[in-house]
Ligand binder design. Structure first.
Ligand SMILES: NC(=O)c1ccc[n+]([C@@H]2O[C@H](COP(=O)([O-])OP(=O)(O)OC[C@H]3O[C@@H](n4cnc5c(N)ncnc54)[C@H](O)[C@@H]3O)[C@@H](O)[C@H]2O)c1
Length: 389
């Protein structure tokens, strides 16, 4: 058994809190996962955060500059929970310093950067992982089993979406997510990558696409210090900031295996607090998923006899080890934070046992290729091919 010493960077933000919680909590459910994680360093540039961070993880070192953690001799694994534009720079520095890296999505600003990161990791034989946690919901293991066993036949069509409404109201405050410098690909890197991770997990690689990105509200009021989903009373005197990345995207795609896809995602779907769905149609059957029934899959098969055909509901239960780790009975519901605990347990197991697990930086690169293609296609107004390397 090996201790995995972790530095969480961006530790006082949403993901920083969730990841830190998961490193501290996973042994309660998963035992030692091949190794024990010790959070030895917490980094956030927010000076007010230090005291709170220390209270959460007594004994950890707290830094404001990520370089101190990345170059710290005790650190084995660097966990990047920073705004998107910093992922590449920090991940590259960490890999070059010989650290294993877990990076929130999107892996990088461009596919070229993601390729470079994956290459450095391969050359240095380091473990990598990107924070595409949604497919690690145990119900999607069931979906993958059904597809891989050929139970829905040859896949012909994928439909997927993910919507939130944090920017639905034009008065919703500006934040880094709407800033094309800090989040160069906007909703495509932010939310599109989640749908793309399902496509990669369940169907395979995308070979070409045509995308239409849009900005719904071109200028937003500035309120300092508000996080995602937080609002404030408008006085009318607020300074305004330009939204410089997409609010939403509609796209058509073709997969390497010949299947076709239709996908949409946005942050402006008023009333949709969190909508995530997919449908996969094959020659013998189909599967459908909706986050509103988070542990349930719908499965249709032509093998059922005529007159008895219809979608059946399948709930994931304790036969799946990641589900069983939390709950002894089906349909008691695993939520978002449990998925992050499953993910972090896998990250620690990967590092402790030197075993890469999906989604590595190679997957992150494939997904960044789709993001690049969305940005290019929307700019050019035409279909764009995605290289297969
Ligand atoms: N996998 C998921 O489901 C999921 C969900 C939300 C966010 N994310 C990703 O996680 C990342 C972080 O998002 P978030 O919602 O936690 O953001 P956030 O704004 O809540 O947190 C970011 C944190 O980074 C800190 N920070 C910013 N610049 C820094 C720097 N130079 N040095 C040190 N600290 C710095 C901020 O002070 C803040 O505490 C993003 O890339 C986002 O896409 C993933």
């Amino acid at each position: 058994m090996k201790d995995v010493n972790v530095a969480v960077i961006g530790a006082s933000g949403w993901m920083g809190k969730v990841h830190t919680m998961a490193f501290l909590t996973f042994p309660h459910f998963f035992g030692d996962a091949g190794g024990v994680a010790r959070v030895v360093a917490l980094v956030d540039r927010n000076p007010q955060a230090a005291e709170g961070l220390l209270r959460k993880v007594p004994g950890a070192q707290v830094f404001q500059d990520w370089r101190q953690a990345v170059n710290h001799p005790e650190v084995d694994l660097v966990d990047i929970c920073l705004p998107d534009d910093l992922h590449y720079e920090v991940a590259k520095a960490a890999l070059l310093a010989g650290k294993h890296v877990f990076c929130e999505k999107p892996l990088a600003n461009t596919a070229a950067e993601a390729r470079e990161l994956a290459d450095i990791a391969r050359e240095k034989r380091l473990i990598t992982r990107v924070g595409h946690a949604f497919p690690r919901n145990p119900i999607h293991d069931r979906a993958k089993e059904i597809i891989d066993a050929g139970e829905i036949g040859e896949i012909k069509m994928f439909k997927g979406c993910q919507h939130i409404d944090v920017f639905g109201d034009p008065a919703a405050p500006f934040m880094w997510r709407a800033d094309g410098t800090l989040a160069p690909t906007g909703i495509v890197g932010d939310t599109g990558t989640h749908v793309f991770s399902f496509m990669e997990f369940l169907v395979g690689r995308v070979s070409s696409l045509v995308a239409d990105n849009f900005v719904a509200t071109p200028r937003r009021p500035i309120f300092a210090g508000l996080g995602i989903g937080e609002g404030a009373e408008l006085t009318g005197d607020e300074a305004m900031a330009e939204v410089t990345n997409p609010d939403g995207t509609n796209l058509l795609c073709r997969f390497e295996n010949g299947a076709r896809g239709i996908v949409d995602f946005s942050r402006v779907a008023t009333g949709r607090k969190f909508r995530q769905t997919y449908e996969v149609y094959g020659t013998k059957g189909s599967i459908a998923y909706d986050w509103d029934e988070v542990n349930r899959l719908r499965f249709y098969t032509n093998d059922d006899r005529a007159g008895r055909r219809g979608f059946r509901e399948i709930d994931v239960g304790p036969e799946n080890p990641n589900y069983r780790a939390f709950l002894p009975l089906p349909n008691f519901s695993l939520g978002y934070n449990e998925m992050k605990i499953i993910e972090i347990a896998e990250v620690v197991r990967s590092v402790a046992t030197n075993t890469p697990m999906w989604p590595t930086f190679e997957t992150g690169h494939h997904i960044c290729q789709i993001v690049d293609a969305c940005m290019e296609s929307s700019r050019l107004g035409r279909w764009v091919d995605i290289p297969s390397v």
